[in-house]
Design a protein around this ligand. Structure first.
Ligand code: ZN
Length: 204
C-alpha cells in the first residue's frame, strides 16, 4: 500500500480477535524496514499489557506512546515523522478524526486500527467518521466460535452493560447468524467495569 503520494489514512477495522493489532504491527514494521520515521500511539485506557507497547494476541509488539486525548497525540508528534500508527483508535475522543486529517494533510501516512462496532453492534466512537474519511479501509474478520464462519461481531458473554468492558474473557467472536443480543442482570451494571485478565496464549 505504498502507492499513494503524500499523506493518507488507512483504517484497519473489525471485531475482537480479528487480528487488527497484528495487521497494524505488520504494516508499521514494513515502514520501519523501509527506514521511514514511525511513531505509534495508543489510548491510555488500554492497559491490558505493558503501557508503552502495542501487543498483538500472537505476542508481536511495538513501542507505543500512551496518550489520554487526541490533542495530546497531536502534541507529541515529532518533526520529520512519516508514518503514524494508532491502536484501539475507537477509544479516542471525536477529535481524533480531525487529528488524523491534519496529519494526512501534512503528508503523513496514518494507519489506525480499531473496533468498528461495540457489543451491541453499535458503531464505536469515532470509527464511523474515520471509515468515511479514510483512503483505505480493511475489514478484518475473526472465526465464529459457534459455526467457524467469518465473525464480524464481538459477542459479550459476561459482565455488565457498559460499552467498555475490558477483558478478552468477556467476549466471543460471532458471525451475524450466531450473534445474540446480550442483557446483563441489572445488579451487574456499573458505569465502567474493568476486568483485566491476561488472555490465554493461542487465543488469536
Ligand atoms: Zn457463526
Amino acid at each position: 500500500m505504498d502507492h499513494h503520494r503524500g499523506g493518507w489514512i488507512e483504517i484497519i477495522a473489525g471485531g475482537m480477535f480479528s487480528g487488527k493489532s497484528e495487521e497494524l504491527i505488520r504494516r508499521l514494521r514494513r515502514a520501519v524496514i523501509a527506514r521511514q520515521r514511525v511513531q505509534v500511539f495508543k489510548p491510555l485506557l488500554d492497559d491490558r499489557f505493558a503501557t508503552d507497547e502495542v501487543v498483538s494476541r500472537d505476542e508481536r509488539r511495538l513501542k507505543a506512546i500512551a496518550v489520554a486525548t487526541s490533542a495530546e497525540l497531536l502534541a507529541r508528534i515529532e518533526i520529520g515523522v512519516q508514518v503514524v500508527g494508532i491502536d484501539e483508535v475507537q477509544f479516542f475522543d471525536a477529535g481524533v478524526v480531525e487529528v488524523c486529517m491534519q496529519l494526512a494533510d501534512a503528508g503523513i501516512r496514518v494507519i489506525a486500527a480499531g473496533l468498528d462496532q461495540d457489543y451491541m453492534r453499535r458503531p464505536f466512537g469515532p470509527m464511523p467518521a474515520l471509515l468515511a474519511v479514510a483512503e483505505e479501509v480493511s475489514k478484518m474478520h475473526a472465526v465464529c466460535v459457534r459455526c467457524r464462519g467469518a465473525a464480524h461481531y464481538s459477542q459479550r458473554v459476561s459482565g455488565g452493560n457498559a460499552q467498555v468492558e475490558v477483558g478478552d474473557s468477556s467476549y466471543e467472536a460471532r458471525c451475524r447468524h450466531c450473534f445474540e443480543a446480550y442483557h446483563a442482570a441489572p445488579e451487574d451494571t456499573p458505569a465502567v467495569q474493568l476486568t483485566i485478565p491476561r488472555p490465554a496464549v493461542g487465543n488469536a
